[in-house]
Design a protein around this ligand. Structure first.
Ligand SMILES: [Zn+2]
Length: 487
């Protein structure tokens, strides 16, 4: 076991440091425990986290690894100028003092704890109110984007160099990061936003609601939209959910389908179906809810695709989850919100309250990358109440729409594969996890580039020996690991 000594009488600081080090040692795979009394540190491998101004020769001799931490105050300033400097090829964030080295004579040479806390707690999303028209935090305001390192999982690289350092001194082998000792993980998921056949009862429902709505202009606009949906938007029966299932079966893996539990309160922008809507599968018309259950029965996972407004509305999300459970009979463990709507102050709390095991919303619509600088599962942290959530975040890093659609980078398959390759390589190099999200309606007939990219990812993952899994498998694996490692 690795013993970690935290020198601080301040409860908040103690909690934050414990959180950061526990997330990192869990990712590495070492059993660990925390102490605030130096006398409890005996002759095992030991780490000390101590204020920067109290680092001393005597202290450094007592521990195998010394992590000095600075005050967190500069990072909470309303507009901190956070810069990045590469040391040993790894980008290090800093505010005032340039980082000097990664590690030298058992001493970490930069403010590791505050950087990791800043990124994982999503502090910048509390600080900046800049959102896009969908009320979602804009990547262009993020520190990682500003420094041109959004596509580099920098925390993974910090974890990696600490892992290498410990491995040289500590004979105990860490627990495997992934199943079957796979070198890294690729996590497959799909957000179901529409079905091949249009369900006419949806625009009829909209029309009915429109007649009951208030305000003349509002009423006219709602009626117009319902009629457009009814008569002008065609069905697109060129794709089937089974195309994705068959492809994944061919690669001997399974994925998670996030399906909306649309209630009668649905908006036009919500995923365009009911759970009772019909879908053609293997030549037969079948209810979506029945199809979902049949997917679960053969090893795929069904998660909840939270509706447009559910990210801030606990009652609505509860209803949607309950409806999905009731109508499909599936075991619903995880969630991703439609349009990646997410508010750091509320959404994770709602997930925890509703008992979800994991969320996988944390990515951007506009650009692909590592929103929290990490490509491992992690427990989010509530920056206001200073505690870790009982929830796992599986940060989503690659989404088809962010490469190919107008709201994203709008690039072609060749360019997307190139960018994707760099991101997979970084995850592979650091033993991390890449969560990808492909929309089933972007099949080869509607968006061929998306399908090409998906096949590229599956091919590369197979060739490089990745554990290719669905979100639920990863969440279960990681939760179990954390229980064993964090004492
Ligand atoms: Zn969606």
């Amino acid at each position: 076991m690795i013993k970690v000594y935290i020198k601080s009488n301040d409860e908040t600081i103690f909690h934050r440091i414990k959180y950061v080090i526990s997330q990192m040692l869990t990712a590495i795979g070492y059993e660990h425990a925390f102490f605030n009394n130096i006398s409890e540190i005996n002759d095992c491998f030991s780490i000390a986290c101590t204020p920067k101004n109290s680092v001393s020769y005597d202290l450094s001799k007592k521990f195998d690894l010394l992590i000095p931490y600075d005050s967190y105050e500069p990072w909470t300033a309303s507009c901190p100028d956070i810069k990045s400097e590469k040391i040993g090829g790894i980008p290090i964030l800093y505010i005032d003092e340039m980082p000097r080295f990664l590690i030298n004579d058992r001493l970490i040479g930069f403010d590791l704890i505050n950087i990791v806390f800043y990124l994982l707690s999503r502090q910048e999303e509390y600080s900046y109110e800049h959102k896009n028209f969908k009320d979602v935090f804009l990547p262009t305001y993020s520190t990682l984007y500003e420094n041109g390192i959004l596509q580099i999982p920098i925390i993974n690289y910090y974890i990696k160099f600490i892992e290498n350092y410990i491995a040289n001194l500590y004979p105990v082998k860490p627990k495997p990061k992934w199943k079957n000792n796979s070198p890294y993980a690729v996590v497959l998921s799909h957000d179901l936003d529409s079905l091949p056949l249009r369900d006419i009862t949806i625009p009829l429902h909209q029309l009915l609601n429109a007649f009951g709505s208030r305000g003349f202009i509002n009423k006219v606009s709602l009626i117009k939209n319902s009629l457009v949906d009814m008569f002008l938007i065609p069905s697109d029966s060129n794709w089937q959910l089974s195309c994705w299932l068959d492809k994944e079966r061919e690669y001997n893996c399974s994925s998670t389908f996030f399906i909306a539990g649309n209630t009668k309160r649905r908006l036009r922008s919500d995923p365009y179906y009911w759970l009772s809507s019909k879908i053609i599968h293997n030549g037969q018309k079948i209810r979506l809810s029945d199809l979902a259950k049949s997917f679960e029965d053969i090893g795929w996972e069904i998660g909840l695709h939270g509706s447009y407004n559910s990210y801030k509305d606990e009652n609505l999300l509860r209803k949607e989850r309950d409806l999905l459970v009731k109508q499909t009979g599936c075991n619903i463990k995880g969630i991703r919100h439609h349009n990646l709507r997410f508010d750091v102050k509320e959404t994770w709390k709602i997930h925890e309250n509703l008992g979800f095991t994991y969320d996988t919303t944390l990515g951007y619509n506009e650009v692909n990358g590592f929103r929290a600088g990490i490509a491992f599962p992690f427990n989010p942290y509530d920056f206001h109440t200073e505690r870790e959530y009982n929830l796992l975040e599986l940060p989503m890093s690659i989404m088809d729409g962010s490469f190919f659609c107008n709201y994203g980078e709008n690039i072609d398959a060749q360019k997307a594969i190139l960018r994707c390759k760099k991101m997979i390589n970084a995850v592979e190099e650091t033993g991390g996890m890449l969560v990808v999200n492909f929309h089933p309606n972007f099949y080869q007939t509607t968006l061929p580039d998306s399908w090409k990219l998906y096949k590229y990812i599956l091919d590369y993952a197979r060739k490089s020996g990745a554990w290719v899994a669905n979100c639920g498998e990863i969440a279960d694996w990681w939760s179990e690991r954390r229980k064993l490692l964090s004492i």
